[in-house]
Design a binder for this molecule. Structure first.
Ligand code: HEC
Ligand code: HEC
Ligand code: HEC
Ligand code: HEC
Ligand code: HEC
Length: 390
C-alpha cells in the first residue's frame, strides 16, 4: 500500500519542528502586521517581520519534507496520527499567541526606547540624551530621526553600532561626536512625517535680556517672526529643514542666554546682585569633569548668595545641561543655526553681500522678523497687544 507523504508528517522530529516553526512564524507575523502596516513602523519591527519571521517560516517549510522523507525510510511505515498532529499545531499556536503578544512588543519597544539608545549602550551619548530629554522632541524616539525604517537601515545602523562598540571598547571614539552623525535620516523624511502641513502665520517672540550689572537690568526684544514667509521662500528653494533647524533635538544654549531664561522665569531671582554676570562667569570657567564643575559652581554660588539653594540648583542645572567635559563639549561646540546672534546662523548666507542667482541675499532687518521693539525696558508694543504682564 502506498501512503500519501502527509501520513509521515507527524512521525519525525524534524517535520514536527518544521510545523512548530511555520506556525510560530505565522502567528508572530500576524501579530506584527498592524504595526508594520502603519506607515512609519519602527525599524526593529521591520527587521522582525520582513526578515527574521519569513526566514523561520521557510526554514520550517523546508524541514517538513525532510522529516517526511526520513520517516518514510523507516522499515515499518508508521500509521498516520492526525490527532497528534492537530493537537501539536493547536498547542503550538496557543503558546505562540501568548508569547507573541507578550514578548515581541516589549522587546522591540525597549530596544527602541530612548533609555536604551541614550543610556544602556550609549553612555557616550549622555549629552544628546540630556538635551533631547529637555527639548520639544522628548517624546520622539531617537530611532525616528537616526535610523530609517526597514531592514536595510536596520542593518546599516547595527553594523555601525558594532563598529561604534569596538571603538567604545578601545576608547577611540570621537570626543565630541561629530555632527551631523552618519546615520541621520534625510530631513524631509524625518521632519515631514510629523510636520507635514505648511507652516503658516507669524509669531510674536518676546526675549528678555539682562545686563551684566549689579541690578541685572532687564530689557526686552519683541520680534514678529515671519514663520510663513521664511518657510515659503526656503521651501520653494528646496532648503533642507536641517540647514536652519540643525539642532532640533539637541539644543545646547549659550551661558548668557540660559541665564536670561532663568532670570526671566524666576528660578534665579533678579534681586540677587550681579546674578547674571556671576552666573556667566561661573558657567564659563573650565572644570575637569561634569561632577567637579557642578560642585564648584554650586559652592561658589552659595558663597556669594548664602542660603540661595533654589537658584544654586538652577545654575547647576544649566551647567549640567550644556557642559560635558568628558566628551569635550563646552559652550559653542554645537552651534545652533536658528538665528544670528549666538552664531552666524542665517547670516552665513544673509550677509548682505553673497549673491545667489544674481540677487544679493538680503540682510534687511525686517525680512525674517519685524522688530517691534529692541532693547526696551517696557516696550509699548506689549501693552498695545495686551501682553505687558508677561
Ligand atoms: C527630532 C529628531 C532627533 C531626535 C528625536 C534625536 N536626534 Fe540626535 N540628532 C538629530 C540631528 C538633526 C542631529 C545633527 C545635528 C547637527 O548636524 O548639528 C543629531 C545629532 C546627534 C548626535 C551627534 C552629535 C551631536 O550632538 O550632533 C548624536 C550622538 C545623537 N544625535 C544621538 C541621539 C540620541 C541618543 C537620541 C535619543 C535620546 C537622539 N539623538 C534623538 C536629530 C534627532
Ligand atoms: C515623531 C514626530 C516628530 C518628528 C519626526 C519631528 N518632530 Fe518636531 N515636533 C514634534 C512635536 C510633538 C513637537 C512639540 C509641539 C509642541 O510643543 O506643541 C515638535 C516641535 C517642533 C518645533 C517647535 C519647538 C521648538 O523646538 O522650538 C520645531 C521647530 C520642530 N519640531 C522641528 C522639527 C524638525 C526640524 C524635525 C526634523 C529633524 C522634526 N521637528 C521632527 C514632533 C516631531
Ligand atoms: C531658512 C531657515 C528655515 C528652514 C529651511 C526651515 N525652517 Fe522651520 N523655522 C525657521 C524659523 C526662523 C522659525 C521660527 C523660530 C522661532 O520663532 O523662534 C521656524 C519655526 C518652525 C516651527 C515652529 C513653528 C511655530 O509656529 O512654532 C516648525 C515646526 C518648523 N519650523 C519646522 C520646519 C520644517 C519641518 C522644515 C523643513 C520642511 C523647516 N522648518 C525649514 C527657519 C527655518
Ligand atoms: C544656505 C544659505 C541660506 C541660509 C543659511 C539662510 N538663507 Fe534665507 N535665503 C537664502 C537665499 C539664497 C534666499 C533668496 C534670496 C532672494 O531671492 O532674495 C533667501 C531668502 C530668504 C527669505 C526671503 C527674503 C525676502 O526678501 O523676502 C527669508 C525670509 C529667509 N531667507 C529667511 C532665512 C532665515 C530666517 C534663515 C536662518 C534661520 C535663513 N534664511 C538662512 C539663503 C539662505
Ligand atoms: C535671514 C533672516 C534674518 C535677518 C535678515 C535678520 N534676522 Fe534677526 N533674527 C532672525 C532669527 C531666525 C532670529 C532668532 C529668533 C529666535 O530667538 O528664535 C533672530 C533674532 C534677532 C534678535 C534677538 C536676539 C536675541 O537676543 O536672541 C534681534 C535683536 C535681531 N534678530 C535683530 C536683527 C537685526 C537688527 C537685523 C538687521 C541687521 C536682523 N535681525 C536681521 C533672523 C533674521
Amino acid at each position: 500500500m502506498r501512503l500519501s507523504p502527509l501520513h509521515y508528517l507527524s512521525h519525525h522530529w524534524l517535520s514536527l519542528t518544521g510545523v512548530i516553526l511555520v506556525t510560530a512564524a505565522t502567528v508572530f507575523w500576524l501579530f506584527l502586521l498592524p504595526a508594520s502596516l502603519a506607515g512609519d513602523a519602527h525599524p526593529y519591527l521591520g527587521i522582525l517581520s520582513h526578515l527574521i519571521l519569513p526566514a523561520l517560516f521557510f526554514l520550517g517549510l523546508g524541514l517538513i519534507p525532510i522529516g517526511i522523507r526520513l520517516a518514510r525510510r523507516r522499515p515499518d511505515p508508521p500509521r498516520a496520527d492526525w490527532g497528534r498532529l492537530l493537537r501539536l499545531v493547536g498547542l503550538a499556536t496557543a503558546a505562540n499567541m501568548v508569547l507573541a503578544s507578550q514578548f515581541t512588543f516589549r522587546a522591540v519597544s525597549y530596544m527602541d526606547s530612548n533609555g536604551f539608545c541614550g543610556l544602556a549602550c550609549h553612555s557616550v551619548m549622555k549629552p544628546e540624551y540630556t538635551s533631547h530629554a529637555r527639548g520639544a522632541h522628548s517624546k520622539v524616539e531617537c530611532v525616528r530621526c537616526h535610523i530609517g525604517p526597514g531592514a536595510e537601515h536596520f542593518f546599516k545602523a547595527k553594523l555601525s553600532g558594532v563598529r561604534q562598540l569596538a571603538s567604545l571598547a578601545k576608547g577611540s571614539y570621537h570626543r565630541p561626536i561629530p555632527a551631523p552623525p552618519a546615520n541621520l535620516r534625510a530631513a524631509n523624511e524625518i521632519c515631514q512625517t510629523c510636520h507635514s502641513g505648511t507652516l503658516s502665520g507669524e509669531r510674536i517672540k518676546v526675549l528678555d535680556r539682562f545686563e551684566s550689572n549689579e541690578a541685572n537690568t532687564r530689557s526686552r526684544h519683541v520680534l514678529l517672526m515671519k514663520v510663513a514667509r521664511i518657510h515659503e521662500v526656503h521651501g520653494k528653494m528646496g532648503t533642507s529643514c536641517l540647514e536652519c533647524h540643525n539642532r532640533p533635538s539637541h539644543t545646547f544654549d549659550t551661558a548668557a542666554n540660559a541665564m536670561d531664561w532663568a532670570l526671566a522665569g524666576g528660578t534665579i531671582p533678579v534681586r540677587l546682585k550681579s546674578a547674571k554676570a556671576r552666573g556667566v562667569e561661573l558657567l564659563t570657567a573650565s572644570y575637569p569633569t561634569q561632577d567637579a564643575g557642578a560642585a564648584a559652581v554650586r559652592d561658589a554660588w552659595l558663597r556669594h548668595y548664602p542660603g540661595e539653594a533654589g537658584s544654586a540648583d538652577a545654575v547647576v542645572s544649566i551647567y549640567r545641561g550644556n557642559i560635558f567635559p568628558e566628551m569635550k563639549i563646552g559652550w559653542g561646540t554645537y552651534p545652533n543655526h536658528l538665528g544670528h546672534t549666538a552664531s552666524p546662523g542665517c547670516f552665513r548666507c544673509h550677509d548682505g553681500q553673497k549673491s545667489v542667482n544674481g540677487r544679493t541675499v538680503s540682510q534687511d532687518c525686517n525680512a525674517c522678523h519685524q522688530l517691534l521693539a529692541m532693547d526696551e525696558v517696557e516696550p509699548k508694543i506689549l501693552s498695545d497687544l495686551g501682553l505687558a504682564g508677561n
